[in-house]
Design a protein around this ligand. Structure first.
Ligand SMILES: NC(=O)c1ccc[n+]([C@@H]2O[C@H](COP(=O)([O-])OP(=O)(O)OC[C@H]3O[C@@H](n4cnc5c(N)ncnc54)[C@H](OP(=O)(O)O)[C@@H]3O)[C@@H](O)[C@H]2O)c1
Length: 280
């Protein structure tokens, strides 16, 4: 029996995709698009410091740092530069816009209003917030469109984002601050959990290397168990907690009034507030 062929949703795409900024996130997206069948010949990358991998792709037909007037038939512009450089970079891209071009921004805190002001008020725009597991195809991205985005443009953006994991759409841009606080910043909270579990293991007398290994495998293995399970996290937790046992003793501390739920709530409120302060 032959293995089923993986779907190649980007293989049939027409037009050019312009990626602006091939850093960590831009490169993760580009790699995923190419893996899904997008031809390097359909990709233009604007990146001041191209990696050797990018130069190798240029040898396969990808266009690297062309003069902008030479770029035509742009289906989508993907903005993956740091938010700080956006005011200087985004307005320079206006000549690339054709009537059916959609602009997808993954820049944290850069609003649809900012993007429309930097380009034109009638540009079709999608603001999205991915997260770092995108690098292994296990990210989750939340996207919000402006009123100019057509169904076809939305499908194209969905395909570009789904290449790195799950995609959720919202209509209310104000939700993006809380999205940033939960899934955008969330991987750091999980890494901190592994760090603190490791440190606590060492404090309890384990050799630090063993504590580190146990914490790392426990966090990543539990994450994968959650990923594969149909149960919700609370049920999975209850399934490994016997009344009066060791896990219950730890959870009495973690779930106390001043425990993890309250701390996580405060953390997400702080990140949401900071996201609101930085937005523009
Ligand atoms: N990483 C994440 O987990 C994550 C999550 C959600 C959203 N985001 C958003 O994704 C965006 C990219 O983040 P990142 O982590 O990938 O950052 P990064 O690694 O610093 O990538 C940004 C890239 O843009 C390049 N660049 C700078 N100026 C440019 C210009 N004028 N034209 C074209 N490219 C230019 C940078 O080149 P130089 O290195 O030469 O400056 C760099 O390669 C940010 O806006 C961030 O808010 C990231």
């Amino acid at each position: 029996m032959t293995a089923p062929t993986a779907p190649r949703p980007l293989a049939d795409l027409t037009g050019t995709i312009v990626l602006v900024g091939a850093g960590k996130m831009g490169t993760a997206m580009l790699d995923a698009w190419l893996a899904l069948g997008l031809s390097p010949k359909q990709v233009v990358v604007i990146e001041p410091q191209p990696t050797s991998e990018l130069s190798a792709l240029a040898a396969r037909g990808l266009t690297l740092n062309p003069p902008l007037p030479a770029v035509h038939d742009v289906a989508a512009i993907v903005l993956a530069v740091k938010p700080q450089v956006a005011p200087t970079v985004v307005p320079t891209l206006a000549p690339l816009l054709a009537p059916d071009t959609v602009v997808l921004s993954i820049m944290a805190g850069r609003t649809l209003g900012f993007l429309a002001g930097a380009l034109t008020q009638h540009t079709a725009l999608v603001r999205a917030m991915p997260n770092t597991p995108a690098a292994i195809g296990r990210g989750i991205t939340v996207a919000v469109p402006n009123a100019q985005v057509t169904q076809r443009q939305r499908e194209l953006v969905h395909a570009l984002l789904a290449a790195t994991g799950m995609v959720e759409w919202v209509d209310d841009e104000a939700l993006m601050d809380a999205v940033t606080a939960v899934s955008g910043s969330g991987p750091a909270y999980v890494f901190l959990l592994a760090e603190s579990l490791s440190a606590a293991g060492a404090a309890a007398g384990l050799p630090p290397e063993l504590a580190n290994k146990l914490a790392r495998a426990t966090v990543s293995g539990s994450g994968e168990l959650l990923n594969r399970s149909t149960l919700d996290p609370a049920s999975l937790r209850q399934n490994v907690t016997s009344p009066g046992g060791t896990t219950a003793a730890a959870l009495d501390v973690l779930m106390a009034a001043d425990g993890m739920t309250r701390l996580m709530n405060r953390a997400v409120i702080a990140a949401t507030r900071r996201s609101r302060e930085l937005a523009g």
